[in-house]
Design a protein around this ligand. Structure first.
Ligand SMILES: Cc1cc2nc3c(=O)[nH]c(=O)nc-3n(C[C@H](O)[C@H](O)[C@H](O)COP(=O)(O)O)c2cc1C
Length: 259
């Protein structure tokens, strides 16, 4: 099994301590597991310049695609993603936000429907829950089937060690994360994921951005209430059928047609 760690901290310290514990716990379960690391600080990704190329003409036309696309390739091929950020000014770090900005096209064209991720956040005092929630929502928009969250205030004690309770929490969540990947079982999407999917599905159908429409049609995402490989009951799909129709009606009335 192959895990990819994307580290949004400019250093390998507090948050990294948690990552090391996750690595140890998962390696204890399966010694053949490998972990590759991307430290965003080393990637030197310039700021997103807002050219809109990723949305309108494709992600390969991003001026920074030479840096971004190799990372996306690793995200696509790994078995599990571990994404981390400390809290900076009550949000993710600038490094992480800039990275997410470069992947904003995944909101339009979600991709990772059969993938699972672990989110790790640390803080000195506050903001950890909010930041973990932001990362969770981001990955949910991008399609990630399951997201496991670990967020800590003062992860280490004054001697730099992880307290027993913290270790237990990390171990419990890491085992759940690893097992869900190993068992290869996909969870039924929650209502938030269903609404998000059907908003973008309706926008794609409405040809809001032709490239999105092409993606949703070519990947057969447009035909049903959720990605077909993910189990989703009729009961859950039924309100989405109605919601999708309402969205289409709303969009057809409110879209400004260009001459
Ligand atoms: C620029 C900067 C901004 C920070 N902002 C916050 C904050 O808003 N709230 C907070 O509780 N801690 C804040 N912290 C503390 C870090 O979130 C905390 O020390 C974290 O564990 C650092 O993780 P790291 O060692 O992996 O980089 C900030 C630290 C830095 C350097």
């Amino acid at each position: 099994m192959e895990f990819l760690i994307i580290n949004g901290s400019p250093r390998q310290k507090n948050t990294w301590k948690i990552i090391e514990r996750i690595k140890d716990t998962i390696t204890d379960l399966d010694e053949n597991t490998t972990f590759s690391e991307i430290n965003l600080i080393d990637e030197n990704i310039p700021p997103c310049i807002g050219c809109y190329n990723c949305f309108t003409t494709g992600e390969h036309n991003c001026p920074h695609s030479n840096i971004i696309q190799p990372i996306v390739k690793k995200m696509t091929s790994c078995d599990g993603l571990i994404i981390t950020s400390p809290v900076y000014a009550m949000n993710v770090t600038g490094l992480m936000k800039n990275f997410i900005d470069h992947l904003a096209y995944f909101y339009h064209r979600p991709h990772f429907f059969t993938d699972k991720a672990m989110i790790v956040v640390t803080t000195a005092g506050s903001g950890n829950k909010k930041v973990a929630k932001y990362l969770d929502e981001t990955l949910c928009w991008w399609g990630y089937n399951q997201r496991y969250k670990l967020s800590f205030v003062h992860a280490q004690d004054i001697h730099g060690y992880l307290p027993l309770k913290t270790k237990e929490k990390i171990d419990k969540e890491s085992i759940k994360f690893y097992s869900s990947i190993k068992d290869n079982k996909l969870s039924s999407p929650g209502m938030k994921a269903l609404f998000q999917y059907n908003i973008w599905r309706a926008m794609a159908y409405n040809n809001h951005i032709p490239l999105d429409n092409k993606y949703w049609v070519e990947n057969k995402l447009i035909d049903s209430e959720y990605y077909s490989e993910v189990p989703c009951s009729f009961i859950k799909k039924l309100p989405m059928k109605i919601f999708y129709k309402l969205m289409l009606r709303f969009l057809s009335k409110n879209t400004v047609k260009q001459d």
